[in-house]
Ligand binder design. Structure first.
Ligand code: C2E
Ligand code: MG
Ligand code: MG
Ligand code: MG
Length: 279
């Protein structure tokens, strides 16, 4: 009967608590190992300005190939890193790689634009975060103008003053601050006038069903305009979405329509052929 137990049959493991914690333990261990031994990668997803018809930058996204198991998505390993006290070293590995890549592009004479890096709220509780960023930029001879950080609304929940001071210090050296996944958090809107930010990034869930959500999208865009904030849409996949966003005055876009996240080498090729790509 073994044959009938083929690919159509599901096996239900009775995974007890002990098994689950062993699984988690191994996952954490493998991740720690990769953080310490160069096992993480960065992919870049271009961002476009549809009005200027050009690339305006990219978002750096962490990638992890777990030994023997293939790619683990960041939605899985980032929360693990946050729980296991690994998020600060992990993000510093990513920051180091991104700065290194930008410095290399600059040396090759490629037009260097702003690259954004996702920063966990937990990283902000590390009070040397600003100093780390400033020193790393200096080490790579980069100006803050090359960098943007993407934070989520959860950053507004506690330690407001400490966090705002770090955001202000970063913006003072030219780094831009964007609120990622905007519209999905639970924080009150009043933080927007108090916190030092540059841009709202409209969450992919709104863009996905852009016609259903057109009032929400247009409201976020006008709110950004009223607050003198920039605005970008993530998860853009169709021409219909682009038309709708353009009609509401949002010109910055990112999504599979333009490009998925790609390895640094491929992104470099896009930079080299920017005119051709966007003609
Ligand atoms: P995010 O920062 O909101 O990044 C956007 C996610 O949407 C990325 O998933 C990207 O690949 C995906 N995406 C982009 N365009 C499209 C599209 O048109 N359609 C669809 N369906 N998806 C699109 P990814 O790379 O799997 O990352 C997931 C999340 O993991 C990120 O969401 C971010 O919150 C987190 N993450 C990734 N790298 C880091 C990191 O270095 N630090 C922190 N704290 N979080 C990270
Ligand atoms: Mg992001
Ligand atoms: Mg996002
Ligand atoms: Mg998102």
């Amino acid at each position: 009967k073994a044959k009938q137990n083929g690919s159509n049959t599901y096996c239900f493991f009775d995974r007890g608590l002990a098994d689950q914690s062993l699984y988690k333990f191994e996952l954490e261990n493998d991740l720690r190992n990769s953080v310490q031994n160069g096992g993480l990668m960065v992919y870049y997803q271009p961002k476009y300005d549809v009005e200027k018809r050009r690339i305006i930058g990219a978002e750096a996204l962490a990638r992890w190939n777990r030994k023997g198991q293939g790619a683990v998505p960041p939605d899985v390993f980032i929360p693990v890193a946050e729980e296991a006290n690994l998020i600060v070293p992990l993000e510093r590995v990513i920051i180091e790689k991104v700065f290194g890549d930008i410095a290399a592009w600059k040396r090759r004479g490629l037009e260097t634009m702003r690259t954004s890096i996702n920063i966990s709220t937990i990283h902000f509780y590390q009070d040397d975060f600003f100093k780390y960023m400033k020193d790393s930029l200096k080490r790579h001879s980069l100006k803050g103008e090359f960098i943007e950080i993407e934070v989520t609304e959860s950053i507004m929940i506690k330690n407001e003053r400490l966090i705002n001071e770090q955001l202000q210090a970063l913006r003072k050296i030219g780094v831009e601050v964007s609120i990622d996944d905007f519209g999905t958090g639970y924080s009150s809107l009043s933080y927007l006038s108090k916190m030092s930010v540059d841009r709202l990034k409209i969450d992919r869930s709104f863009i996905e069903k852009s016609h259903e959500n057109s009032e929400i999208i247009s409201t976020i865009i006008s709110m950004a305009n009223n607050l003198k904030l920039k605005v970008i849409a993530e998860g853009v996949e169709t021409e219909g979405q682009i038309e709708l966003l353009k009609a509401f005055g949002c010109n910055e876009m990112q999504g599979y329509y333009y490009s998925p996240p790609i390895p640094a080498k491929e992104f470099e090729k896009i930079l080299e052929n920017e005119e051709a790509v966007f003609a």
